[in-house]
Design a protein around this ligand. Structure first.
Ligand code: FAD
Length: 385
């Protein structure tokens, strides 16, 4: 499956992970649990970027079939979070309801239903009448929906910090306020990682989990995926009595919505703006008007519920919407994990466990072929004669 192996090493590898989002911290946790010497180097704070500000959706529903094994592996971890890292991070699994507003969208749900069932997921198609009976607070102009049981949400503010705390308790080091600016391959093997506010460190393996900045950071090590950074926009209302069970999402992707354990309705849709410098982003005014209107249209009972805040976060998207996970040809020891294209919170714990397997055993239980870093490489052809 995957060729990278540390089998030749008499000791466990020293691993440097760049980025303390959910991917970096989950990887550190699983590696530290196996006794590895792990250091995470983080430019800002743990979970301070996409992993801490996202919608919090945890779903297998509607995923590309090649990403499903990863999402399902993650689901097992989400369900065991309290036991594994000492806190459930508000994870709840009330199911995910994907809503069709046209018969073409209903066809999309019907096609995916077969994929879900083939992967043993508990999926159910609902026509308009069934939908209105079970969720009478939804707008009545909906054609139908698909419900995937076992999906849900967690609190993004808690997850990366809790993985990091658990990793630290197992001996991992987490350096915050430390930007990596140079990675050099050492003669004789391994890497030297250096930058601002930390002593350069040497590692046998480097994991590039730098989120929206991973493609440029990893370029010398084969990060050739042409990613586009976007800034999805989020909203939160004042708390209200809990009545929304499942996480909701329109097939069109125009809006996604859930009610938190404290009753606030959290929803997203549309894009904000990326600030100059590319480290921060901010909400867009047009989105600020459009997405709440969609929310009130979808759930009329929320018409008078006050909005508290809108925010954005930065995420790298790949052309095929699948992440980049693995090692590029000729760059053994340098592992990429980025380009999660809006799915990396849900899959993050499974990515962490899978990367620890890759580093410690040289192979993974899950097939990573579809995520290969070199899949976008084009062969330079001479001009036609
Ligand atoms: C608004 C929004 C909503 C989303 N909603 C969902 C959702 O509902 N469900 C879902 O599954 N996914 C969602 N996503 C996607 C998900 O949040 C990301 O895929 C996931 O958090 C990526 O995790 P990460 O650890 O790879 O990256 P990040 O969380 O971005 O972490 C990368 C870290 O690397 C650090 N870093 C970067 N460069 C350097 C450097 N040179 N030196 C040191 N550190 C560096 C950064 O500071 C950052 O902390 C959403 C994303 C956004 C932005």
């Amino acid at each position: 499956m995957n060729s990278f192996a540390m089998h030749g090493h008499a000791r466990l590898p020293r691993v440097c992970i760049i980025g303390a989002g959910i991917v970096g911290t989950a990887t550190a946790f699983f590696l530290a649990r196996s006794g590895c010497d792990v250091t995470i180097v983080e430019r800002g704070t743990v979970g301070g970027q996409a992993s801490g500000v996202n919608f919090g959706g945890v779903r297998c529903h509607g995923r590309d079939p090649s990403e499903l094994p990863l999402a399902m592996r993650s689901r097992t971890i989400w369900n065991r979070l309290a036991e594994l890292i000492g806190h459930d991070c508000d994870f709840e699994a009330p199911g995910h309801l994907k809503i069709a507003r046209s018969s073409a969208e209903m066809d999309t749900l019907t096609r995916w239903f077969d994929i879900g069932r083939a992967h043993d997921l508990d999926v159910e198609l609902l026509d308009r009448t069934q939908l209105m009976r079970r969720f009478p607070w939804l707008a009545s102009d909906i054609v139908g929906a698909s419900l995937c049981k076992g999906d849900g949400f967690a609190n993004p503010r808690l997850v990366a910090p809790t993985f990091a705390r658990a990793a630290r308790a197992l001996g991992a080091s987490v350096l915050e306020g430390s930007a990596v600016t140079a990675i050099d391959r050492l003669q004789g093997g391994g890497f030297r990682v250096s930058g601002a506010n930390f002593n350069a460190l040497e590692a046998d393996v480097v994991v590039n989990a730098a989120g929206a900045w991973a493609a440029s950071l990893g370029l010398p090590f084969g990060a050739a995926a042409p990613t586009v950074t976007r800034a999805p926009q989020m909203f939160v209302t004042e708390p209200t009595a809990r009545f929304i069970g499942p996480v909701l999402g329109l097939v069109s992707g125009d809006i996604y919505l859930r009610q938190s354990v404290r009753g606030n309705v959290i929803f997203g849709g549309g894009q904000g703006h990326i600030d100059p410098g590319g480290i921060r982003s901010h909400p867009d005014e047009t989105t600020f008007a459009r997405t709440p209107a969609l929310m009130r249209n979808l759930i009329p009972a929320l018409t008078h519920t006050a909005l508290l805040r809108s925010w954005t976060g930065l995420e790298a998207n790949t052309p095929d919407g699948l992440p980049v996970i693995g090692t590029s040809a000729g760059h053994d020891g340098f592992i990429h994990a980025y380009g999660f294209s809006g799915h990396g919170f849900a899959t993050g714990p499974g990515v962490g466990e899978t990367l620890s397997e890759l580093i410690l055993r040289g192979q993974t239980r899950i097939d990573l072929t579809s995520f290969h870093p070199d899949r976008f490489n084009t062969i330079a052809r001479p001009a036609a004669l």
